[in-house]
Design a protein. Structure first.
Length: 134
């Protein structure tokens, strides 16, 4: 009888611990999902450009200058018999990155101008509240 009671208590304790473990695992999974979502959204290049357009533009210009300067050195090395394939790939990568950056910049500017235009149109069409002058 005493052994049955101990076994019953141990089984009950085991079940409580399993429930607690499942609860903790669920909380941990949720926390990891939240962190993943936060990190992903904060490191999304499109989000960074939307939030900080001028910083993004400045960074792009600075990187373009640095890569362009390095590209001139690569062109000099290529004309002196440097690695043709590596230089060609590097030039193509720079061109693609530049085009994409310019496309993102123009998209941002278009959206900003559309918002300004919408604001000016809505302020020009402000309701007169039924009052006429005269």
């Amino acid at each position: 009888m005493a052994e049955d009671k101990k076994t019953s208590e141990l089984d009950q304790k085991k079940q409580e611990l399993q429930r607690e473990l499942k609860r903790l695992q669920g909380e941990l999974d949720q926390s990891l999902d939240d962190v993943k979502t936060d990190v992903t959204s904060q490191l999304d290049p499109r989000e960074l450009v939307r939030k900080h357009p001028l910083v993004s533009l400045g960074t792009s210009v600075a990187l373009g200058f640095l890569f362009g300067h390095k590209g001139r050195n690569a062109k000099t090395a290529r004309s002196a018999g440097g690695d043709g394939l590596g230089s060609l790939l590097w030039d193509e990568l720079k061109t693609t990155a530049t085009r994409r950056g310019v496309r993102l910049l123009f998209k941002y500017l278009d959206q900003a101008l559309d918002l300004d235009e919408d604001d000016s149109v809505s302020s020009a069409q402000a309701p007169s509240n039924g009052q006429s002058k005269g």
